[in-house]
Structure formats: C-alpha cells, structure tokens
Write a protein that binds this ligand. Structure first.
Ligand code: EPU
Length: 340
C-alpha cells in the first residue's frame, strides 16, 4: 500500500473558514489500513498529529507544524435491527448531512433535526453536535476509536463519551489521545417528530404541513438554516463561534432587569442559558465588517471570512467581542470553535 504524505501543504480547502495556512505534512486516508500505515510512519512518530474531519469547527491562526491526517474513511452500514430500531454505522469520513439524508432514505428516523450541520460523522460526537432540540447523544449507540498509544480499537458507549452541551470526553481528558473511526446510531423505524423548537413549527406551518414526516422536518430545518446561516462554500465560517453561556439565576435576573428582552432558557433552579447571539446582537456587533471579515449580518453568533482574512484577525475580533460582552453584561463567552 502506498501512502502519499505531502509536505508544506495548504490547509485552505480543508477548513470551512477558508483560512490559508500551511501544515508541515498532510495525508488523506481512505481506509483503516491506510490510517494504521500512516500512524506507523517515521513522520507520525516524530511530529504532532492533527486529525481533520470536515474542518468545520476550526480556526487556524498560524502555520501548523504537524502531520495533518484528513479522515476520508467512507461507508454506511445497517448493523442490526429489531422491530422498533435500526443500528446504522457510518465511517468517520462520511459527510454529516449526506449521512442524515441517507438515514431518512433508509426510513431510519431521529437525526432529521440535525440536517445541514457542516462537518463529518467522525467529528459529530466530539462536541455532541446539536440543533433544534436534538443532540446526537439522543440517538448515539457507540463509537469505535483508535487509541493512538496502543493502536487498538476501543469502544465508547453513550456513558463513556460523557456527553454534555457541545462537549464530550474527547474534548477533555482524551483530547488528542484517540481517533474516532466509526459511529453507530440507534435510530427509530417508527417516527415521532420533534418540532418543539419554535422556528421549526413556524417553518412547517409556512410550508402548510400539520402532520410532518421526518423528511418534512429535515426540509424545514434546511430551509431555516439556509435563511439564517451562511453557506461555508460561499462565505467562510464555522457556524456558531461561541457557546450559549450558562449563568446563575442571580446574574440572569440582573441582566433581565436591565435588558427585559434578553433571550434565555431555564436550565435548572439555579441556572439560565442565555442566547449568545442575542447578547452579541444587542451589543451592536451584528453585521459589523472589518475589511474582509466580520460578524454575520443575520446571525451574530457566526463570524465570517469574506475571503483573504487571517485566522489571527478573526481571533482578535472574537477577543474584542468577548471583552465587550463581559463589560456590557458581566458574562464571559466561551468559544465553541477550536483555535489552533
Ligand atoms: N438571536 C438574536 N440575534 C442574533 C442571533 C440570535 O437576537 O443575531 C436570538 C434569536 O432571535 C433567538 C435566540 O437568539 O431568540 C436563539 O437563536 P437561534 O434559535 O438562532 O439559536 P442559537 O442559540 O443562536 C443554537 C446553536 C446552533 C443551532 C441553533 C438551532 C449554539 C452555540 N448554537 O444557536 O448551532 O443551529 O441553536 O438549534 O448552541 C452551531 O453549533 O454551529 C450552530 C449553528
């Protein structure tokens, strides 16, 4: 088997922000065997590794002195089924949205609310991707991950992934220690659509649908996302740049007194989650453009590269936003996007 490791390679096509930085080495792997061969190479032994899926949750602020491994392992398989459920596996390199559409075509339901999220299947558990009232942990069965020390495959179930809001064990204690190679979802044969998220209901009624199928929900989500979020193929971006912050009920009350229209959701007796998009918007940042980058005009949570911006410029903009939100509301925003 011949593996083709490139040197001094531009990562511009491999990150949805479209940032032009170079890595010292780059290789795309199409199979598990290729992945093992790359990991056994001299370069892998001496260089740091950066595992890349869709590059959709990444801000590159400098050249990367590492071996970048682009995961291109493909394949979707029905693993087993019962009367009610189907276990569908997908290799890490499958495009997330295409995978969701495929499950719907296979009459396997549950992932419809997660339509059109950019990125790959392998990255989806890393941050427990979520949208419109659903997170992957709701339909996740287990995953296979390669232990980089032992090169053995290990299985992680829902509990051992320690999923949280845009969080998992792979972003915390196992960061850089595993490569997710395959994910298995437990999907439903009979559907019960989740349209509790206000925007979906509104979109469905605009479409004139009152008993929606999962495909209808998927279409509604696609339409909402298209109307609010920039398409990375047209404008460089990484989706939500910040997380929605969770604050104490006291801080929430204080903000609410000063800004009665603040958008917030109760988490538990002691905490509220604030809509970061609203905080940033209300602080005057929405649509702000500095040269060839800025804050998206329709969704203040999304920072955009109109072409040619550097990662450092976008990072500095995010710093300025964090500072301004801290000053205005006493809330510290956390980035959702990984900074390298
Ligand atoms: N809002 C504003 N101004 C803005 C943006 C939002 O006032 O510029 C208000 C909206 O009007 C709404 C509230 O903030 O009342 C929440 O906005 P939205 O429903 O668009 O959701 P979000 O909290 O901004 C989250 C996820 C998105 C996901 C949507 C839908 C995070 C950080 N983001 O956004 O995820 O698509 O909910 O479920 O949790 C992503 O992670 O890349 C992403 C796009």
């Amino acid at each position: 088997m011949k593996i083709d490791i490139q040197s001094n390679y531009s990562l511009q096509p491999y990150n949805t922000f479209g940032i032009d930085v170079k890595c010292s080495y780059f290789v795309s792997v199409e199979s598990f065997e290729e992945l093992i061969e790359v990991l056994k190479s001299e370069i892998a032994k001496t260089k740091k590794l950066l595992i890349l899926g869709g590059g959709s949750n990444l801000l590159l602020t400098q050249n990367i002195d590492a071996l970048v491994i682009k995961m291109n392992l493909k394949g979707v398989v029905i693993e087993k089924e019962t009367e009610e459920n189907v276990w569908v596996s997908a290799f890490a390199g499958e495009n997330w949205h295409e995978f969701v559409l495929k499950t719907l075509e296979m009459n396997c339901y549950g992932l419809e609310n997660l339509s059109l999220i950019p990125g790959c299947v392998g990255a989806s558990p890393m941050q427990n991707i979520g949208a419109y009232g659903v997170e992957i942990k709701d339909y996740f069965d287990h995953l296979e991950a390669l232990n980089l020390e032992t090169l053995a495959i290990e299985i992680f179930d829902n509990t051992s992934c320690e999923f949280g809001y845009r969080e998992s064990v792979f972003k915390r204690k196992y960061k850089g220690k595993y490569i997710i190679t395959k994910v298995v979802f437990k999907l439903n044969k009979n559907y019960q659509t989740n349209t509790s998220y206000g925007a979906i209901e509104q979109e469905l009624s605009k479409m004139g649908i009152n008993a929606p199928t999962p495909k209808n929900v998927s279409d509604a989500v696609i339409s909402i996302r298209k109307s609010k979020l920039p398409d990375p193929k047209e404008i460089g971006n990484s989706g939500s740049f910040f997380k929605n912050p969770v604050v104490s009920v006291e801080l929430y009350q204080k903000i609410k007194n000063q800004f009665p229209e603040v958008v917030a959701y109760e988490v538990d007796d002691a905490h509220y989650k604030l809509a970061a998009g609203w905080l940033i918007d209300n602080a005057g940042w929405k649509g702000k453009t500095i040269g060839n980058y800025g804050v998206h005009k329709l969704q203040a949570l999304v920072l955009v590269n109109y072409g040619g911006a550097t990662g450092k410029e976008i990072y500095n903009l995010s710093e300025a936003i964090i500072l301004s939100i801290q000053e205005k509301y006493g809330v510290t925003l956390e980035r959702e996007v990984n900074i390298l």
